[in-house]
Write a protein that binds this ligand. Sequence first.
Ligand SMILES: Nc1ncnc2c1ncn2[C@@H]1O[C@H](COP(=O)(O)OP(=O)(O)OP(=O)(O)O)[C@@H](O)[C@H]1O
Length: 431
Amino acid sequence: MDLKTPIVELSNVSKIYNKQIWALKKIDLKIYRGECVSLLGSNGSGKTTLLRIIGNNLKNTTGTINYNLEEENILKGIGLQKREQAWPNGFKVKDINDLWIRIYDVNDLEWINKLKDVFGVNEVEEKYLNKLSIVKLQIYAIFLSFISKPELVLIDELSSDIDFKYEEKITNFFKEYLEEGNTLILNSPSYYFLENLTDRVVYLNDGEIFEDLSIKEVKKEYKSVMEYTKAIFKEELVVEKKIKNKSKFFSTMISKTEGYSNVLQAIIEQLEAQENCNEKVLSRLKEVYFSILDLNTSIDNLSVSYINADSIKIISKKIKLTMKLINKLTINYRYKKYHKTLSGIEKFLSKELKRTFANDKVIVNGDVLSITMSQSEKKQLEKLKEKYIKEEQKIIRRKILKQQFKKQKDMKSKNNPVQESLKEVTTDENK
Ligand SMILES: Nc1ncnc2c1ncn2[C@@H]1O[C@H](COP(=O)(O)OP(=O)(O)OP(=O)(O)O)[C@@H](O)[C@H]1O
């Protein structure tokens, strides 16, 4: 197996949608065998477009793509997991499994059983596809992309909502797969996969490659992947928005999310310095940190761009995800020491941010603007609001149950310096 020749090489590749939107601009990129490459970049930077073009699922407008696959049939050589895969009604998971096995002419049943075990497919085989949760569907779509044992696998959505038991199992499976000389490309993986799997990051900005670094270079230059993402988010913003003014409305949210990310960073550094620190908690905390940083960048981006229903939906989704990650951490691990910090962040997300973005009006530079929405979008927004309220009620109920526990902890944490810095953020919040 030739590890030095790229498995895929893109030269001068551009994609223009509808003769208007220049989604990818003259991309030159070589991906090598055995690599795990993560695509990073803000919303709309071109990651999915690049992934689909490499995955032979979307036609590039200009440029050339050369594959160096051992498998002659490109459909078998490349596995692509797509976002929001639509399935016809009335199909059980096992029906689609049989169909895929037949389409790809797979005879290696040991391989299929292994995949079923890694991705938890055995547990859902008798279920109808439209009854599976979004996360289960995403994982199932990853399972399908591996069925033909492709040399190059592209994953568009690797949710941070994946259960911890599967996260570890999937990571180990991916590692083994890479060691056999196969290649993986991931779109915006969660922090866990970024930290534990990625060999190289390709950062896209407005359809161009902004940075292409190996993880070794990242660690040498920025100490950690976490520091890198923070620096690159900032660098990108400086380049993009140097001269643009942000409205006061957005700058408060931006400074708060930044404040929280700093508090989390301090906690993470404290934990990392401890000898017997709980790795699982640390990894979860990093995910929350990463998610807040991403939220911070998205709001920053939003503050200087055209605001429409879609951009609001994206932010709402990110707020929800961050809240879920926090809940996952506080509920599963009951990590008492930093509970106050996390519930402070959650309060800010649920009480301020979520409500702001669940509205169809936003304030920009002191003016109230209505977001242009179709009837169906308005209906969808109403449904979302309902869902948010229900979720909020659940959170409140959980909070009441935990009140007693919180009181005791507050007393204990009074002398903690990290808690003090949180206090600054929460005090600022009340202004
Ligand atoms: N089918 C399409 N038709 C028209 N424009 C599109 C289409 N798909 C993507 N775009 C536009 O191309 C640009 C790049 O989109 P793309 O989905 O590749 O970005 P991305 O980095 O994956 O974003 P996200 O993280 O939000 O998914 C965006 O401006 C997007 O609106």
